[in-house]
Design a protein around this ligand. Structure first.
Ligand SMILES: [Zn+2]
Length: 251
């Protein structure tokens, strides 16, 4: 049986002499694991369409419960990411985080479009990295069912609280909830406005906000900590991205 589907490559693992095992996120079938035979040979017609972070039209063959790539044509390769190791590393983290949220046999068009829009904003539109990262992480948490309550302080109802509780996904004021032990991070008014924008805006407008660099950096740390707390997951691709930044700063 043959299946045609549009999907993006989230993960690739080399095996045998010339093959790859791919995790792909399909628009209409959710997360799939497929084999791509001979794809590591220079002459393989599947080569470019089966690369990590490429959106492609796949023709898959199903045989005894296993899927293999018969044909593939790339639709979007997000080329600017491939010329910049830091952008590629950040994009790989987006892909790994998307894979952690995606499910087999559960199509989630919003998830695939969040990933593609984030990769496009990062590479083609050159939006600030920490802005794209923060918006992607918070929106991914929302899509995974962990939408934070960003309306007001959960204790006194103040509309401008200055703390965010990572495990509760809720706002509070510095003086509210004293004595409780959950991790709360400080939140400036600009960060709170940006979080509300990210959580509530139209998907197409997700990366169209601005914030000063200092607040953006704090927001990116907060959204990262929130996503990992909620998913109970850490990401080696994120560690790699951070190691590149550290290396860049110290040389
Ligand atoms: Zn309060």
């Amino acid at each position: 049986m043959y299946i045609k589907t549009e999907a993006i490559v989230l993960r690739e693992v080399e095996y045998n002499d010339a093959d790859k095992l791919l995790d792909i996120l399909s628009k209409d079938r959710g997360l799939l694991t497929v084999t791509a035979r001979g794809v590591r040979r220079a002459s393989s017609p599947l080569k470019s369409a089966c690369q990590l972070l490429t959106l492609s039209e796949f023709t898959l063959k199903e045989y005894r419960g296993r899927l293999s790539v018969q044909e593939a044509q790339s639709i979007e390769q997000f080329r600017p990411l491939r010329d910049d190791i830091e952008l590629l590393a950040l994009g790989s983290y987006f892909a790994q985080a998307t894979g952690a949220v995606a499910q087999e046999d559960a199509p989630n068009p919003e998830l695939i479009s969040l990933l593609c829009n984030a990769l496009y904003a990062l590479g083609n539109l050159r939006r600030p990295r920490e802005l794209v990262k923060a918006a992607f992480e918070l929106r991914l948490a929302c899509l995974a069912g962990f939408s934070p309550d960003l309306t007001a302080c959960a204790v006194c109802g103040s509309p401008e609280p200055d703390r965010f509780d990572l495990s509760q996904g809720a706002l509070s004021c510095a003086d509210c909830r004293k004595g409780e032990t959950g991790i709360r991070l400080p939140l400036s008014p600009g960060m709170l406005t940006a979080m509300r924008y990210i959580a509530w805006c139209e998907p197409k407008r997700l990366f169209s906000f601005s914030l000063d660099p200092e607040s953006l950096s704090a927001l990116s740390s907060l959204t990262e900590a929130y996503l990992m707390t909620q998913l109970e997951h850490s990401f080696y691709t994120l560690d790699f991205y951070k190691s590149l930044l550290y290396y860049g700063e110290t040389t």
